[in-house]
Design a protein around this ligand. Structure first.
Ligand SMILES: [Zn+2]
Ligand SMILES: [Zn+2]
Length: 145
C-alpha cells in the first residue's frame, strides 16, 4: 500500500521537479490530444474501464461488447444526478478532435449544440468536470445565462 502511494506521488511530482530544475525555456504547452487523454469507457454491459481516448468506440477490456467514452453531467437542480453521459468524438481540423454527440446511458443521442436534458426535470444538463477525473477535452461552449 505504501509503496503504491509513493509511486503515485512520484509520478505526479516528477514532471514538476523536472520543469523547475531546467534553466532553458520550456516549449509552449501543447493541449492534450484525444489519444493523450485517459477516459472512462463504459460498455453496453455496464463495465467501466480506463483507456486512451479515440474517435469511435472500442472493445471493452472485460467482455466483447463495444464501449463508449463516458463522463458526468449535472442538473442545475442539485438533488438530480449527476448523470452518466456517453460521448461521441469526431475529427476536427482545428482541434484534432471534438465532442460531436452526447447521450444519457441507454437514451437517444443529441448533438453537443442541443445538449442533454435532465430525465427528472428536463433542464439542460451541465458538464461536471469534478466528477470526471480524466476528461480534459474540448467541451461544448458554456451557454452562460
Ligand atoms: Zn464489458
Ligand atoms: Zn433535473
Amino acid at each position: 500500500m505504501i509503496s503504491l502511494g509513493l509511486a503515485c506521488a512520484a509520478a505526479v511530482l516528477l514532471p514538476v521537479i523536472w520543469s523547475v530544475s531546467r534553466s532553458d525555456p520550456l516549449p509552449p504547452p501543447r493541449p492534450p490530444t484525444l489519444p493523450d487523454t485517459e477516459l472512462d469507457w463504459r460498455c453496453e454491459r455496464g463495465h467501466v474501464f480506463l483507456a486512451a481516448g479515440q474517435v469511435g468506440r472500442r472493445l471493452c477490456s472485460m467482455c466483447d461488447q463495444l464501449a463508449s467514452p463516458m463522463t458526468y453531467y449535472a442538473c442545475p437542480v442539485q438533488t438530480h444526478g449527476p448523470f452518466r453521459v456517453e460521448v461521441e468524438f469526431t475529427p476536427d481540423d482545428d482541434l484534432g478532435t471534438r465532442v460531436a454527440r452526447l447521450r444519457l446511458i441507454g437514451r437517444q443521442w443529441f448533438s453537443v449544440e442541443e445538449g442533454v436534458r435532465c430525465p427528472q426535470c428536463d433542464r439542460l444538463l451541465i458538464y461536471e468536470p469534478s466528477k470526471s477525473l480524466r476528461m480534459r477535452l474540448v467541451q461544448p461552449q458554456d451557454t452562460g445565462d
